[in-house]
Design a protein around this ligand. Structure first.
Ligand code: ADP
Ligand code: ASP
Ligand code: MG
Length: 593
């Protein structure tokens, strides 16, 4: 007899008929001989409605009371689901997060799961019940109700599947599976049969709202394979597991986030430790920072830009003001009319030309790129919010994402077990809190060089021209960072290439200089890239900060940074490589897997 976790999202339980339909699915699984745990979200737009109600009363409602309020949405739907199952002649018991024993930390509205007790669920299952768990909620040490963040019922479902060692984790939703991008925005989007954890994790964090990003971290950490499927049809859906659909496709999906804001600090002191000061103050407010771009400016002053969730802009600006106070005049600008458009793919790390294809698609749509950051498996650009969907469509079309990838992994070939050493990992993590940071590697790559173009005019098409030229010269680009424009209206574009290709890269940029109106070029024939890899990096804002602190303490300046869900990279000068590596190894010793 198997154990199945079935999660139903808000639209799948939006009214009584839909609740009954979900109940029948669970009963069918039970009749097929399985033990069934359901995880249920709040009905329809109930959570949105509760948030709006709270804001009518208090513009910045206390987080603890928000959790008290929002958790009621799920409590309503689990009770109704239990009644539905009962009415269909089967036994069911609904449980809140607290009643199950889902222990979290006390970070209200985005709490992390520390532990889950399985005893009560097992007992109820043994007695022949379908167990119905309220998604998205837990309880802290003082018995305060906490919630896991918007979309967090997915995380509840995968976490329960992990601790119960479920045979299947089914996520029922209002689309047929995971698509190459949001099918409601780009109707030509294609459903993928299978997607790997790392790609799904990036996509989810970059705006693919179909799965909560932390649910994928759980799945990866504990080796849970997830089946995303429609709650209304029996369509095959999408498997999220260790093996992706294709390892060769440069891009497997695209996503857009429209709920971020850009913050730019102009004129911060250009000495080691300033980034640490800024980002640690922001992290203390539990704000997740993305797209960090810093640039050495003139006269010992630097500029730093980054994005944060829009509804956390106010606290971010408070934290920034406090950090900047001792530094005299620092100008702090921000913009909420921005959107981040990203592409993700395992294959891009091994191919030239992916960046230029993306930038070219956006340029041809006449859209200006305000900032660029990349990691090994993603490229993100910041554009004007009103142009975000046009940019997304252009990119989706240019990468032919509506077509199956050129070389599909053999669908009948060897299927990896959920995770190479899942059982081993679970053993090692047994005593740690479930969502704690887990570092798998700290490394140094000293095989690269850096090129920086100073004074890039703020107009569409320039990044596209640079990377087309670089790709045509056969140069392999790794990290790309383009800053937000400075006071002179011009940006700075930096990228790293293999050391042996620096001359070719410089020749291309020199050739473009006059034509594109670049002010100057600078380069470094050898740089050191320091990387920290693991699980839980991005949503633990602390990782980049720990890196900044460890490097600042030994007086090492960070020239470039790129962050992703699985890796944070910083570029420092070549002579600081070995020292930096040692400092980072020490800084992360306690979080090693
Ligand atoms: P649920 O209530 O079931 O949790 P969500 O609204 O959270 O459902 O997630 C499903 C929605 O995610 C879809 O309706 C779709 O609009 C959106 N979405 C965004 N990106 C993707 C994608 N890449 N694939 C599928 N759906 C996506
Ligand atoms: N009800 C919560 C939300 O709307 C959690 C969830 O649906 O996953 O965000
Ligand atoms: Mg959801």
């Amino acid at each position: 007899m198997g154990l199945i976790v079935q999660k139903f999202g808000g639209t799948s339980v939006a009214d009584s008929q839909k609740i009954l339909r979900a109940a029948r699915k669970a009963i069918r699984a039970k009749q097929q001989g399985n033990r069934v745990v359901m995880v249920v979200s709040a009905m329809g737009h109930n959570t949105d409605m509760l948030i709006a109600l709270a804001k009518e009363i208090n513009e910045r409602p206390p987080a603890r009371e928000m959790d008290m309020l929002l958790s009621t949405g799920e409590q309503v739907s689990v009770a109704l689901m239990a009644m539905a199952i009962e009415s269909l002649g089967h036994r069911a018991v609904s449980l809140t997060g607290g009643q199950i024993g889902i222990r979290t930390d006390s970070t209200h509205t985005k709490a992390r799961i520390l532990s889950i007790s399985t005893e009560r669920m097992h007992r109820l299952l043994d007695e022949g019940n379908i167990v119905i768990a309220a998604g998205f909620q837990g309880i802290d040490e003082q018995f305060n109700i906490t919630t896991l963040g918007r979309g967090g019922s997915d995380t509840t479902a995968v976490a329960l599947a992990a601790v119960l060692r479920a045979d299947a984790c089914e996520i029922y939703t209002d689309v047929d599976g995971v698509f190459t991008t949001d099918p409601r925005v780009v109707p030509e989007a294609r459903r993928v049969d299978r997607i790997g954890y790392d790609e799904m994790l990036e996509l989810a964090s970059l705006g693919a709202g179909v799965m909560h990003n932390r649910s994928i971290e759980f799945a990866k950490k504990y080796g849970v394979s997830i089946h995303v499927r429609s709650s209304v049809s029996d369509a095959p859906g999408t498997l999220i597991e260790a093996t992706p659909e294709s390892r060769d496709a440069p891009v497997c999906g695209a996503a857009v986030t429209k709920d971020e804001a850009r913050v730019t600090l102009t004129g911060v002191p250009d000495v080691p430790g300033t980034s640490h000061e800024i980002f640690s103050r922001i992290a203390a407010r539990h704000v997740t920072v993305d797209m960090i771009v810093q640039n050495v400016g003139a006269e010992g002053r630097a500029n730093i830009s980054f994005t944060v969730p829009r509804d956390e802009l106010a606290v971010t600006l408070e934290a920034v003001a406090a950090a900047c106070e001792p530094w005299g005049h620092v100008e702090v600008g921000h913009d909420v009319e921005v959107a981040k458009v990203s592409v993700v793919g395992l294959g891009m790390a091994r191919q030239t030309g992916v960046a230029h294809t993306m930038f070219g698609a956006i340029a041809d749509a006449g859209i200006n790129i305000q900032m660029i950051t990349t990691s090994e498996i993603k490229i993100s650009v910041l554009v004007d919010r009103s142009l975000a969907h046009a940019a997304l469509r252009a990119v989706h079309t240019r990468f032919a994402l509506d077509q199956p990838p050129p070389s599909l992994a053999d669908p009948n070939g060897e299927r990896h077990p959920p995770s190479p050493n899942a059982a081993d990992v679970v053993m090692r993590l047994r005593d740690a809190a479930m969502e704690h940071l887990a570092i798998s590697d700290v490394s140094l790559d000293d095989s690269q060089a850096r090129v920086t173009i100073i004074g890039v005019p703020d107009q569409p098409g320039l990044a596209s021209r640079v990377f087309r030229g670089v790709a045509e010269a056969g140069v392999f680009v790794d990290m790309i960072v383009q800053s937000y424009k400075g006071k002179n209206g011009k940006a700075r574009l930096s990228f790293t290439v293999p050391r042996r290709q620096i001359d070719s890269a410089l020749a291309v940029t020199a050739r473009l200089q006059a034509d594109c109106g670049f002010e100057a070029l600078s380069s470094s024939p050898s740089v050191a890239k320091l990387s920290v890899s693991g699980i839980g990096l991005h949503s633990h804002t602390g990782v980049a900060i720990r890196m900044f602190r460890a490097l600042a303490e030994i007086g090492v300046n960070v020239a470039m940074i790129s962050t992703s869900e699985v890796r944070v990279n910083v570029v420092v000068s070549a002579e600081d490589g070995e020292r930096g590596l040692k400092a980072l190894q020490e800084a992360f010793a306690d979080a090693r897997l």
